[in-house]
Write a protein that binds this ligand. Structure first.
Ligand code: FE2
Length: 232
């Protein structure tokens, strides 16, 4: 199989040196070449924005994207590159909203991730404020939040509030944990997944992505007609 039908990957950390993703330009270029070989035509790169660790803003992200685009075109790789961000749902996020600093992609899609130890107490407020401002909120890798593994109703409530879900493809191979894989499959079976993302950080995650391509559940999701990757 290939990712050609998906067209666009909308979650990766390929701008060198600005988050926990790719460290240098050469690695970024070689990973982008490999993503092209897997069938992707467009990559929306989404550096972390966290108010305490990764204080990226429009400038760090756009400057990094421009350098990367130049290197990719010099390497003769034919792929479209864009950038937005993966925002941590922390205290800084509503401040960025207020200041008009948020980077969205496609039709006003905004990608938000949650901490791995517990969901923010004001999560509903954060999502509501973002939606009120016109953003379509995508929750990054819902299958990875262990604190919701025995609380499926939370996912149903979020879907009722028009929150979009982005699954990490590598969750399907059991890379993170067996419960994460199980939840990934449950969300697919419940037809709750709207986007598929690589969450690519390095060569190891690309190898895991290739391994996940063998999973029957991936084929099921990609032929479900539910994914919106090709629309962005
Ligand atoms: Fe990510």
């Amino acid at each position: 199989m290939s990712f050609e039908a998906l067209h666009t990957d909308m979650h990766s950390h390929l701008i060198p040196g600005i988050d926990d993703g790719v460290k240098d330009l050469d690695t970024a270029v070689s990973l982008i070449r490999r993503m092209g070989a897997l069938g992707f035509k467009k990559l929306i790169i989404t550096p972390h924005v966290m108010s305490d660790i990764y204080k990226n803003d429009r400038k760090t992200i756009h400057d990094g994207l421009e350098k990367l685009k130049q290197a990719v075109s010099q390497a003769g790789i034919d792929i479209t590159l864009e950038a937005a961000a993966e925002y941590q749902a922390d205290d800084g996020l509503l401040g960025l909203l207020e200041n008009g600093e948020l980077l969205s992609f496609g039709d006003q899609y905004l990608m938000v991730e949650l901490p791995y130890f517990s969901a923010p107490a004001n999560l509903n407020t954060i999502f509501f404020e973002l939606q009120l401002a016109g953003y379509k909120v995508i929750l990054a890798h819902p299958e990875r939040y262990n604190y919701w593994h025995h609380q499926f109703s939370t996912f149903e409530e979020l879907k009722e509030k028009n929150i979009f879900f982005q699954l990490n493809t590598i969750s399907l191979s059991g890379y993170y944990s067996y419960p994460t894989k199980k939840m990934a499959n449950k969300l697919i079976d419940a037809k709750m997944i709207d986007f598929l993302g690589s969450d690519l950080h390095n060569h190891q995650s690309l190898k895991l992505l290739e391994d996940a391509m063998q999973e029957a559940s991936l084929n099921k999701l990609m032929t479900s007609g539910l994914l919106k990757n090709h629309l962005i």
